[in-house]
Design a protein around this ligand. Structure first.
Ligand code: CS2
Ligand code: MG
Length: 402
């Protein structure tokens, strides 16, 4: 079997997506998600100018060798752009493998460990009251797990709250717009938010919160300790993960579970976090973490240390990634939870999806491979629209993490 051609499809049905399509001499093609929010052209260019020429003529069944070809062969290894390109190639090759063997992807990853995959929703509001109302709406839809984000009194900006009635999308046209941040206001408010959520909704609802990299270790430790009475399912990205040992303090002093890694892109971002059991969930998604071949290795490594998966699943990861993640989550033993922000209706004009939400879970059909398809003619109706993620400054103007 040989790869005969490949192309990169960049489309913007409501937001930008990058999809790699790999063709073979047996008439089978595979799709891989290569979307990297705010950096889409960089991944598309690397795929078109370096990866695709090297793919032509290769045997698509050799997923293990081709992963190493593009990882070790890159020389300038790792990083979000390179690894998103490798992820897309790997996802497309596994899609081809499933189609060639006429079986859904999960069957190639260990078969069914579960029929359906528990997911969590995003609830958010400009105020505590609006956030509570949003939790009620998501609970009404059947979600058993809900992430709660809220505006912070006295602070103009925060993470995770839609600006207007518009659909929450952090990337904005043009260069990054500037947001501002006050950690002390945030730390004083969040425990009150979750005290109220527990008071209104009781103890059975799984609650999550995303700090979005914005605390120092001692600040994160204070927050995690103050949230203990509200037993969160996880506290996400409490501290920026570049310094893995930065998670030691929070781990030593709190029992609040920790999830980290949506911005990670290889196992090397996790080695200390996993071997020292500093976290409870790995967030690194298939689309940025080297695809199925690499993330499977990371998930297996994590399982030895009682760590589960909790993949990133925001709307800036495409339906191809989400479908592949559902297959992956169905198959592995140490599945924890899957993020699920439903894409806007318009996205389904371009992508034919094969998964469905019901009562807090996602299920996927038995279409061979990943099971999602893309309508290239419809995709061409939505040209790429340059957009950047915001930047964030402290109130005194100091550059900070967004
Ligand atoms: C967030 C993301 O879903 C999450 O946990 O951290 O929404 C993140 O801000 C976006 O994916 C960035 O593009
Ligand atoms: Mg996050």
């Amino acid at each position: 079997m040989k790869i005969t051609d490949a192309k990169v499809i960049v489309t913007c049905p409501g937001r930008n997506f990058v999809t790699l399509k790999i063709y073979t001499d047996q008439g089978i093609y595979g799709l891989g998600d290569a979307t990297l929010n705010g950096m889409e052209p960089a991944v598309a260019s690397y795929l078109e100018n370096f990866c695709i020429p090297a793919l032509i003529g290769k045997d698509p069944r050799n997923t293990e060798d081709l992963w190493h070809y593009f990882y070790r062969g890159a020389y300038w290894k790792r990083g979000s752009v390179t690894m998103s390109a490798i992820s897309a190639i790997d996802m497309a090759l596994w899609d081809i493998k499933g189609k060639m063997l006429n079986t859904p992807l999960y069957n190639l990853l260990g078969g069914e460990s579960r029929e359906k995959v528990m997911v969590y929703a995003h609830a958010n509001g400009k105020s505590l009251e609006e956030a509570i109302e949003s939790v009620a709406q998501e609970k009404e839809k059947g979600f058993k797990a809900i992430r709660v984000q809220s505006g912070i009194p006295g602070q103009p900006d925060t993470y995770g709250v839609a600006k207007g009635a518009a659909f929450y999308e952090p990337a904005h046209p043009g260069i990054p717009h500037e947001e501002c941040w006050d950690t002390s206001k945030y730390l004083n408010f969040v425990p009150r938010l979750f005290e109220k959520v527990r008071e209104v909704f009781g103890n059975d609802l799984h609650l999550l919160h995303d700090v979005h990299h914005r605390c120092t270790p001692v600040e994160a430790t204070r927050l995690a300790k103050e949230l203990e009475p509200f037993h969160l399912f996880w506290l996400e990205d409490p501290v920026t993960g570049e310094l893995q040992e930065g998670l030691r303090m929070i781990r030593k002093q709190s029992s609040t579970p920790i999830a980290i890694g949506e911005v990670f892109n290889s196992v090397y971002d996790y080695t200390t976090l996993i071997t020292e059991q500093l976290i409870d969930y790995i967030r690194m998604p298939l689309v940025h973490g080297g695809g199925i071949t690499h993330v499977k290795k990371v998930a297996d490594f994590a399982s030895v240390y009682h760590i589960q998966t909790g993949f990133h699943g925001a709307t800036d990861l495409s339906p191809v990634n989400l479908a592949a993640a559902i297959h992956f989550n169905k198959a592995i033993n140490n599945f924890g939870l899957q993020e699920y922000m439903p894409h806007q209706e318009i996205v389904q004009e371009v992508f034919r999806i094969n998964y469905q939400f019901e009562d807090g879970f996602l299920t996927i059909d038995n279409t061979p491979g990943i099971g999602v398809d893309i309508d290239e003619e419809k995709a061409s109706k939505y040209p790429y629209s340059p957009a950047s993620l915001p930047i964030n400054r402290k109130m005194d103007g100091t550059m900070f993490y967004w």
